[in-house]
Design a protein around this ligand. Structure first.
Ligand code: AMP
Length: 307
């Protein structure tokens, strides 16, 4: 059994009210893979970078059990680059630059060793590439989770809808759910999006937590109130990585286990925002995660006696 993670591996330049970075390592698959590696082994990456991407970082992925046979390194080309600036509330941001570079004509390679994929995370990337990866797997995985963003809704909506129709779980933020559905109410938005194909929908609301929709069932998970939030970049991908990493570890894709997976994903995302880029995740110990999970349980536990 393996977990295949598809998405960007990239350079980011980030500006928040607390500071600014030069080009640092980023990308949806980088955050998701790193996050999932705390829960499950045998993670396999599908992505593309230029030869400007540090080999030492790829070696670091490998040392964390993330296999990179499906990570193409294009000679003489540049890696995907994204620059963003966060507003004061840190929940919203402006994209300052998206340079597709190697991503512009990316044709994903699925090595034979990836055909044992049981859990597939289609992290944020061109929707056609996400779909191609799914189509290049001989057997349909047990669970396909897909993440995307407004950028693809703006420039490739029909392609995006074709891909969404093929997955089991879609994760997007509240603004994107409204854009995709044309509905302000998230309940109405969820109903419309579930009608597009996915069986489960996760709507991420940043510091206000996340909602899980399935049929007429809804589950809400809070985000942990944090004293310091430095950089929300990658929080959504880190969430998705923790979510599917936990499901892959437990191999249980029931609604009740997905509720737990939402908490595991939220715990990982809460670390991600505490430092710039993936720095906090890179330093994380298992005991930090256990303590944070306990904080989540304490946060929402209460007794009410109903007559
Ligand atoms: P998040 O904050 O969860 O939306 O993820 C931010 C990460 O997504 C950054 O590390 C970027 O490199 C990456 N990213 C930004 N724009 C895109 C895009 N259009 N497609 C794929 N990945 C992107």
């Amino acid at each position: 059994m393996s977990l295949v993670v598809v998405g960007t591996v990239a350079f980011d330049a980030i500006e928040t009210p607390f500071g600014k970075t030069d080009k640092i390592i980023g990308g949806a698959a980088m955050y998701a893979g790193l996050s999932a590696s705390f829960y499950t082994q045998n993670i396999k990456l599908v992505s593309v970078v230029g030869d400007d991407f540090p080999a030492a970082k790829i070696a670091e992925f490998n040392s964390r059990g993330i296999k990179t046979e499906g990570l193409q390194v294009k000679k003489g080309e540049k890696s995907f680059f994204w620059a963003g600036k966060y507003h004061l509330d840190m929940n919203s941001r402006d994209t300052l630059a998206t340079e597709l570079n190697v991503l512009a004509d990316f044709d994903p390679i699925l090595p034979d060793s990836y055909q044992d994929c049981e859990f597939l995370l289609l992290g944020n990337l061109t929707p056609t590439v996400q779909r191609t990866v799914l189509e290049r797997l001989t057997n349909r995985p047990k669970l396909v989770v897909m993440d995307t963003m407004n950028f693809w809704m703006d420039i490739a909506l029909e392609e995006l809808k074709r891909t969404i129709a093929m997955v089991d779980v879609l994760t997007i933020n509240d603004e994107e759910a409204r854009q995709l559905s044309g509905e302000y109410s998230l309940v109405k938005a969820a109903r419309k999006i579930l009608a597009m194909g996915p069986k489960f929908l996760v709507i991420k609301k940043g510091e206000h937590g996340a909602l899980l929709f399935h049929g007429s069932d809804v589950f809400f998970a809070p985000a942990l109130p944090l004293e310091e939030v430095f950089d929300p970049t990658g929080a959504g991908d880190t969430f998705a990585g923790g979510f599917i990493g936990y499901l892959a570890q437990t191999r249980d894709i029931s609604f009740s286990n997905m509720k737990r997976a939402i908490i595991y994903g939220s715990a990982m995302a809460s670390f991600c925002v505490e430092k710039f880029g993936p720095e906090r995740l890179e330093q994380l110990a298992k005991s930090d995660i256990d303590n944070r999970l306990k904080q989540f349980v304490d946060l929402v536990q209460f007794d009410i006696e109903l007559n």
